[in-house]
Write a protein that binds this ligand. Sequence first.
Ligand SMILES: [Fe+2]
Length: 232
Amino acid sequence: MCMKLIDFHCHILPRLDHGSRSSQISLSQLKLMQAAGVDTVCATSHFYPQEMLPETFLEARASSFARLLEVAGDTPRPKIVLGAEVLICDGLDRMENLSDLCLEGTNVILLEMPFSPSSWSSRLFQTVADISDKGITPVFAHVDRYPSKLVERLFDMGFQAQLNADSLNRLMKPHHLLQWIEEGCIVALGSDLHGAADDAYKPYMKVCASLKEKTASIMAETEKLLCDAVRR
Ligand SMILES: [Fe+2]
């Protein structure tokens, strides 16, 4: 099977969030990905709009990435696309410089919906629509974590999403997730990697292998999303 493996969601930038406590851990994370044959990884550290402005995050991200390059060299492998995992809140569409949080070089933003279903209000759905109206393409992070009826409201609005590999890493894969893949609602797979334990990357590898041609079609969709991305 000829395809590029793209990990769309992970936390590998040193000390930017809880994904990596040091440059050495980040380097170990990259090595796990290299061993798995990953071509490109999107570095999607958490961004919480209640806590900081996009420009503050971007400054911190640039420093963190520079620290990573000190140990990984100027051309790290896998290639890295800088981004963010942006927690949505009411009115996020009005945040200045929101588009700067898109994956670099694209208009694609990884949005995280609130964990509590009661927070999925009509206003929140409206915020999603308003973000899209601004020319930003949301991809929803790890939708395997949420009640399917709520997620399907996003799909009905025409949006697409990313799955965490561990959600599919079982003998009996959840039927609704396979159905979402069949219906083209899933455009990316992610490890959501935190830390660098020896087995931390196994779920992603196992799922990519077990989904076979479905993996190839998802990766083709991811590749389209990233066609203009800056890969470092
Ligand atoms: Fe994450």
